[in-house]
Design a binder for this molecule. Structure first.
Ligand code: SAM
Length: 328
């Protein structure tokens, strides 16, 4: 995608808020949720970079001033980068002005897929969660051009924000959160896949589908832990989906595709309906398979097209949300 930051060429985590690039510190940026944690406390590790964010933000001021109120959700900021307040209540029915089957897209980038799908399915609500401010702004632009009203965009880190929006149970579970990858702003806390009825977001409708298309690949092995798709994230997605709902994933980086398949098949809340199908000869387990046919609702985005021009082949993976968790 033109203008997307590349995590694989990004500086080390500590530099991604701008220290190395000379960009402004988080608290000076226009993005909501940028006030830093108190000195000495760590933020959670994120799966996206903020490169170019401050520099590019002004380009979108006019667009957002005119149309932002129609599409961007106004949610109280949390204490760390791209986070929302832990007690924020996002009333999805009120935000969309109706209740309708809900699709959640995580990391929509510039929103090509989002706007296309929203135009094709006016009977559905589309919630997009994008952590990169220029991306969220471009989603607004694409929604405006498509003339759709059934799109809402939350500018936030989905790993932290989804448990709040959907009122998910969060527990201390060190096996999942070691190293600051947990769902709370300080990197602690793990979702369980269950709803916490005491949280306001518990009342929100669950999604019929969650989409994670072409998440940042974080190709260097020392960065793999930053990948959005993880066993912990699978639990969060399980909490967002209704039973029988589909988590649709796609990537054109082979090892990430194998990893996505492993995460879905290893998750207690998901079944892979394509078990053993479409084996990939280059897979470390070449007979194993587990890949879905291309999702017919998935647009060929500029991002995918660029990968194709570079010789990469997309893999689709699907997880179906179980009624109850499978004993592991
Ligand atoms: C490589 S781009 C792909 C965009 C789009 N899905 C496509 O296929 O064209 C990945 C996008 O996911 C976003 N992203 C990564 N991690 C995220 C997170 N934790 N929360 C929200 N957005 C995230 C990035 O900012 C980026 O816009």
């Amino acid at each position: 995608m033109v203008g997307m930051p590349s995590p694989d060429t990004a500086p080390a985590p500590a530099d991604e808020t701008g220290a190395e690039t000379g960009a402004a510190a988080p608290s000076a940026a226009p993005h909501p949720g940028r006030s830093p944690l108190p000195a000495g406390e760590r933020e959670r590790v994120r799966s996206f970079t903020l490169r170019g964010q401050t520099r590019m933000a002004a380009e979108y001021d006019d667009l957002l001033a005119e149309h932002g109120h129609r599409y961007l959700l106004d949610v109280p900021a949390g204490p760390s980068t791209a986070s929302i307040a832990d007690d924020a209540f996002v009333d999805l029915d009120a935000a969309f002005g109706r209740r309708a089957p809900l699709v959640v897209e995580i990391g929509p980038g510039n929103g090509e897929q989002l706007a296309h799908a929203a135009a094709a399915h006016p009977d559905r609500n589309f919630l997009a969660v994008e952590g990169w401010h220029p991306g969220a702004a471009k989603c607004v632009g694409n929604a405006v051009r498509a003339g759709v009203d059934n799109v809402r965009i939350l500018e936030a880190d989905a790993a932290q924000a989804l448990p709040v929006v959907f009122g998910l149970e969060v527990v201390a579970d060190e096996s999942f959160v070691a190293g600051g990858y947990g769902v709370r702003p300080d990197g602690t806390g793990a979702t369980t896949g269950r709803v916490d009825p005491t949280r306001p977001g518990a009342a929100n409708p669950r999604a019929i589908e969650v989409w994670t298309f072409f998440p940042d690949p974080w190709r260097k092995s020392r960065h793999h832990k930053r990948r959005l798709v993880s066993p912990l994230f699978a639990r969060t997605v399980a909490g967002v989906l209704e039973p029988g709902g589909a988590w649709r994933l796609a990537t054109d980086w082979r090892d990430y595709a194998w990893w996505m398949r492993d995460v879905v098949e290893g998750a207690e809340w998901f079944d892979n309906p394509h078990l053993g199908e479409r084996p990939d000869p280059e897979d470390e387990q070449p007979e194993r398979g587990g890949f879905a046919p291309r999702f017919e609702g998935r647009l060929l985005t500029h991002f995918e097209e660029r990968g194709r021009d570079e010789g990469r082949v997309p893999h689709d993976v699907v997880g179906i949300r179980r009624e109850t968790p499978r004993p592991l």
